[in-house]
Design a protein around this ligand. Sequence first.
Ligand SMILES: Cc1ncc(COP(=O)(O)O)c(C=O)c1O
Length: 381
Amino acid sequence: MAVEFYRHALREEDVEAVARVLRGTFLTTGPVCREVEASLAAYLGVPHVLTMTSCTAALEVALRAFGIGPGDEVIVPAFTFVATATAVLHVGATPVLADVDRETGCLGVAGVVRARTPRTRCVIPVHLYGQMADVEAIREVLADPRVRILEDAAHCVEGTLRGVRPGQATDGAAFSFYATKNLTCGEGGALALRDPELAERARRLRQHGMTASAAERYQGTKGYRHWDVVDLGVKANLPDVLAALLVGQIPRLDAQRVRREALARRYEEAVDALPGWDRPWVRPEATSAYHLQTAWAPAHRRDDALAGFAARDVGVAVNWKALPQLTFVRQRLRADPADFPVACEMGARTLSLPLWPDMTDAMQDEAVAALRAVARDLARG
Ligand SMILES: Cc1ncc(COP(=O)(O)O)c(C=O)c1O
């Protein structure tokens, strides 16, 4: 049996919700986005949530709302998806890379302390694979509320650390609803904010800096509302057509997280029994969203392992090369891989195993058997 790397967990009711929007007249950002925003705000326990076209857009809008731009430095973990760093470049600020903690792969206090300068205006910890970075420890070490903390929570709607959720203890958290995410509408994202003024600014910035959205401008036959542009914004508002896919998924998130955790724990046991293999650790005080389950193959053997999974029809992926291992980042930020040994070792060894809530135990049996067989082949040379 072939085991796919990922399949979404959308249901007929989600398809029907999209059809309802299509049968109506209002397709862009409107009542369905508002419903998703209210539902996520309640789930996260954060007062303001704004839907966006992507997590990348949410990060950029947040940085603009914070007033971060040319001359400012933003600390970004050296191990993340490239969007965490490019969002900083898009607002004209400078990403400063920091190496990550070996146990979790997340940005920690040590990385922040090393990368900090008097020009540091913001830190973007990434909740890697669904486990939250320790944002409270980072806040304590920064000891300066003027340095913003913006969580890249692309992997982590459901996670908690010591009972605190993304967005609850910082200046903002950006989420992704990309095709393979735990909560998905193909492409989409959201920004959670505690501060009402920041939220109002971000709401304008996600739509050209305009003072009224389409839903507010056009009230059917009941008149028209004029609008102004008061800021340099971007175009990052999610349409209701896509938001409709999210409504029904949010109440299912917790049950799916439990299934993800069960699958992940079984992989962890399997990886832990393989000599030369390793994996990131989830701290006991964390509840991970278990977005991805990664394994670190023996040094210099990751690509052999990828070929071994392909030969056995088991879908795997690489999340990701470290930022200094990407040509653009090396050239633009003059990042030397030797300065980020933990991130670059992870980037060279990591592979992601199939993990999705509707995956059956029999499918996982196949994936685990493939993992053991691949490891055995590598050990033979
Ligand atoms: C850690 C991280 N940050 C940001 C992003 C960007 O998300 P999006 O595709 O929604 O812009 C991703 C996407 O996979 C990601 O993994």
